[in-house]
Design a protein around this ligand. Structure first.
Ligand SMILES: Cc1cc2nc3c(=O)[nH]c(=O)nc-3n(C[C@H](O)[C@H](O)[C@H](O)COP(=O)(O)OP(=O)(O)OC[C@H]3O[C@@H](n4cnc5c(N)ncnc54)[C@H](O)[C@@H]3O)c2cc1C
Length: 400
């Protein structure tokens, strides 16, 4: 039987879910606080369709990334949206990085990354990326780039075509469960739904508290800043060049990406943001900062990662330090090639009470409310598969 479903959040995950529910005949309403869709993480990311190199085999990230990348590709083909397989090299610059590269290769094989190749020959490396420096790499030729904002808008058109509603400028400020239904309030409207799914990204823990969910995991916002490569120097990079990520840290490290519109950006770094939606150093929310500082896990997080934190903050404030990180991979790069900061994104990364990182996607349930508690990268790649997963495990009659 069709249900009235409310979705909090108009990023790619919320809209992908709305699309799938509207297609099966549910009465769907998306409530988005901003004046347009994809305003936060979905509209401020690297635009990569990940092939699944990094994720722990068997994890939700691994399985939903594999299913999601195929669905995103199919969706782009159907809608005539750009989807470019520019390919990706993960490069070990010196011997100290080879063991971690071996582990990425092992995971990639287990995750069935298509046509993955191990490269131990420098000439072969240079055949793929002529300006790269490194001693070994793994190459994923089908890693692609897209424009996730445009994809979200195209998904929203399908929602509307199937009778769903998308209400912009509707910030959810309260939710109460009454007799098995949920009343959802915004400053300009009130709604009653049979089910609600919260896909609120950087605010997912805040909205979870409206229905009395556990405050843990908490979202700690990490800003990632990008630099743009001068247009006359974009031939330094054919596709994507990534470092071997530090396995202790959830982010992938500063990388080069040839975007879907042929620009090349460098980044993102990872600095603690002083506001959940803090895209610049000067955007400070005393409440967000105070909440992060007094989180019980904050001291152990700081103890574990302080060195990395100082390194990332220095790189954000001092261009030559950021430049040096990038130049390790492309020695011909000159500082003047990084022309300007090309925006930033803020990652919604969930951390537990003890300061432990929540690595995998996480979903929670409080009565008729389903909460996406952790949907960091590769959630844009995986969005259509996350929607199917949530429906199967939380919204189908078998799951009810
Ligand atoms: C720098 C960076 C690089 C990344 N690179 C990649 C990549 O290359 N590939 C990839 O797959 N993933 C990448 N990601 C991750 C990816 O962008 C996210 O995982 C994905 O966009 C999450 O989508 P979402 O819909 O859950 O969240 P969001 O896009 O953040 O959407 C959440 C929405 O909820 C709304 N909202 C919040 N609170 C309320 C409220 N109270 N009422 C109503 N609305 C509310 C917000 O306004 C927002 O629009 C990257 C992320 C960042 C930040």
């Amino acid at each position: 039987m069709p249900e009235r479903v409310g979705i909090v959040g108009g990023g790619i995950v919320g809209v992908a879910l709305a699309r799938a529910l509207a297609a099966r005949g549910d009465e769907v309403t998306v409530l988005e606080k901003e004046g347009r869709l994809a305003e936060h993480q979905t509209g401020h990311n690297s635009g990569v369709v990940h092939a699944g190199l990094y994720y722990a085999p068997g994890s939700l990230k691994a399985t939903l990334c594999a299913a999601g990348r195929a669905s995103i590709r199919e969706f782009c083909e159907q809608k005539g949206l750009p989807y470019r397989q520019v390919g990706k090299l993960v490069v070990a610059v010196d011997e100290s990085e080879v063991a971690a590269l071996d582990e990425i290769e092992r995971r990639s094989i287990e995750n069935r990354v298509p046509d993955l190749a191990r490269i131990d020959d420098v000439q072969q490396l240079r055949d793929i990326e002529p300006h790269v420096a490194g001693i070994a790499a793994v190459h994923s030729p089908h890693t692609a780039v897209v424009d996730y904002s445009t994809i979200t808008e195209a998904m929203a058109q399908d929602v509307r075509a199937d009778g769903g509603r998308i209400l912009l400028g509707h910030e959810v400020t309260a939710m109460t469960v009454e007799g098995g239904k949920i009343r959802v309030s915004t400053p300009v409207s009130d709604h009653v739904f049979d089910r609600v799914v919260v896909c609120a990204g950087l605010q997912s823990d805040v909205v979870a508290r409206f229905v009395g969910a556990d405050p843990s995991p908490k979202i700690l916002p990490f800003r990632g800043e990008y630099w743009e490569l001068a247009s006359e120097r974009t031939d330094l990079v054919n596709g994507m060049i990534y470092p071997v990520p530090d396995p202790r840290f959830p982010f992938l490290g500063v990388h080069f990406t040839r975007g879907v519109y042929d620009n090349v950006h460098v980044g993102p770094n990872a600095v603690p943001a002083l506001a959940r939606e803090g895209y610049r150093w000067l955007t400070i929310s005393p409440r967000d900062t105070w909440e992060s500082l007094r989180w019980p896990g904050a001291p152990s997080l700081a103890k574990k990662h302080w060195r990395m934190g100082i390194d990332e903050i220095s790189g954000s404030l001092i261009k030559p330090l950021y430049f040096r990180k990038a130049q390790r991979f492309v020695p011909e790069l000159r500082m003047s090639d990084l022309t300007h900061k090309a925006g930033a994104g803020v990652r919604a990364q969930a951390w537990g009470r003890g300061g432990e990182l929540l690595d995998d996607f996480a979903v929670d349930q409080v009565g008729p409310v389903t909460l996406l508690r952790n949907a960091p990268s590769p959630a844009a790649t995986s969005s259509i598969a996350i929607a199917d997963y949530v429906i199967e495990h939380y919204l189908s009659s078998a799951a009810a």
